[in-house]
Write a protein that binds this ligand. Structure first.
Ligand code: DOR
Length: 435
């Protein structure tokens, strides 16, 4: 028997035992039985079936990452759908949105279906392919959004670049509204960032390298807020990184606009000062910003302005990341460190952290029927079990991703995924992937 979008075989009865269930309805001590892909019992002292020990752990709806680069097709030396799915499962994610900047990109039914099928074959998490907004992500003509939407694609983006042409973006929003899909914008006015390697600010001037000004992001956030107001279509802002961007989204939400936003862990944990040694491991797009921006992103996560934590997991092989700063590609790993950084650095209650990682991104991804659901009888058994107190040190060699470009090597963090259950099947047990 198979279940849900993943197509993986469902398992026999499994009891998640001795943990604290934490979901959108609150927190209580309970065992959870999953069987046939769904939750069948929530209660005290459940017996029978296989057991997953959850002593000292939180048992929560599975996490959903709105922003993952899986690299397949085209750059399998960096990551494959299978290795990326394994990293996702290890990070507690039961669903991930696969970004479209593959080779070829996600602008045809064939590629989107291939990505989804490879995700199902890996059977480690629900891989949700995004669709391109424009053909070839070239920003000139619209991709076949209706056809891709009919095939189940919900998030459309040219991520890696923003849609520069305001008229094309307006048209895309009008289609999106009629199709019931969401456009996710990579906010970067590319004319303002040509040749840039890091955030434009005091540190960048000191180092004497070309800068990526905050305004290049903020102008596109402003424009798309206004285009959303004009068209009535929803817009999701990818990887917000500046204080002003957060303020713009806060005001747009107060105006009642259909605007959502995400932030990546590196934008609330690392500053542009990390680039002082010219190490490309810290090169990312949008770039690491200043302390005031980090504080603003944290405030945005705390007050609900930013809806979700999304990793922007961007694997690159060592030979590329070891090139000089101006030539190395931007991007850093994120899937396996997101929970720990969120717990360790945000200073938020656990329930708030899980909301940002689970049910709120699930709603944006259009999968709230099967991911991020409260843990109750009948709900699809997509569940994450994590120890919020476990202290560990990030070690690149131990990551499941095929690449090693984490900027957190050697960092002491707290909070670790113990088990991940996908459609009732434990795909991670005691921190070990089962496939
Ligand atoms: O740092 C980044 N890396 N930002 C992006 O927008 C794209 C991504 C990648 O694909 O490597």
């Amino acid at each position: 028997m198979t279940n849900g979008g993943t197509g993986i075989a469902t398992a026999k009865s499994v009891v998640i035992k001795g943990g604290t269930v934490l979901d959108q309805r609150g927190e209580h001590r309970a065992d959870v039985r999953v069987e046939g892909g769904v939750v069948t019992e929530v209660g005290a002292a459940l017996r029978g079936g296989d057991t997953l020990d959850a002593g000292g752990c939180m048992v929560t709806p599975g996490f959903v990452d709105l922003h993952v680069h899986l690299r397949e097709p085209g750059r399998e030396e960096a990551e494959t759908i299978e290795t990326g799915s394994r990293a996702a499962a290890m990070g507690g994610f039961t669903a991930i949105v696969a970004m479209p900047n593959t080779e070829p990109p996600h602008d045809s039914l064939a590629v989107v279906q291939m990505v989804r099928r490879r995700g199902q074959e890996a059977g480690l998490c629900d891989v949700l392919p995004s669709g391109c907004i424009t053909m070839g992500r070239a920003g000139e003509t619209l991709a076949p959004m209706a056809e891709l939407a009919a095939a189940g694609v919900h998030i459309f983006t040219d991520d890696g670049t923003g849609v520069q042409d305001p008229l094309l973006m307006r048209r895309a929003l009008e289609y999106a509204k009629s199709l019931g899909i969401t456009l996710a914008q990579h906010c970067e006015v590319s004319r303002l960032t040509e040749g840039a390697v890091m955030h434009e600010g005091a540190c960048c001037s000191r180092l004497g390298v070309p800068g990526w000004p905050a305004v290049a992001e903020e102008l596109m956030v402003m424009r798309d807020i206004e285009l959303s107001r004009l068209t009535g279509a929803p817009v999701h802002f990818l990887h917000l990184s500046t204080a002003k961007s957060v303020d713009l989204v806060r005001t747009a939400k107060a105006d009642g606009l259909r605007v959502t936003a995400e932030a990546a862990p590196h934008h609330f944990t690392l500053t542009d000062e990390m680039l002082t040694g010219f190490d490309p491991i810290f090169k990312v797009n949008p770039p690491l910003r200043e302390r005031a921006d980090i504080d603003a992103v944290k405030r945005g996560l705390a007050d609900g302005t930013i809806d979700a934590i999304a990793t922007d997991h961007a694997p690159h092989p060592a030979e590329l990341k070891e090139m000089p700063l101006d030539q190395a590609p931007p991007g850093m790993l994120g899937l396996e460190t997101s929970l720990a950084l969120s717990i360790s650095e945000l200073g938020l209650e656990l329930r708030h952290v899980v909301a940002l990682l689970s049910w709120r991104p699930a709603a944006i991804a259009g999968v709230a029927d099967r991911h991020g659901r409260a843990i109750e009888v009948g709900a699809p058994a997509n569940i994450t079990v994590f120890d919020p107190d476990l202290a560990w040190t990030v070690s690149p060699a131990r990551l499941a991703s095929k690449s090693r470009n984490t900027p957190y090597a050697g960092r002491a963090v707290r909070g670790k995924v113990r088990h991940t259950v996908l459609c009732g099947v434990p795909v991670v047990i005691d921190g070990e992937a089962q496939r």
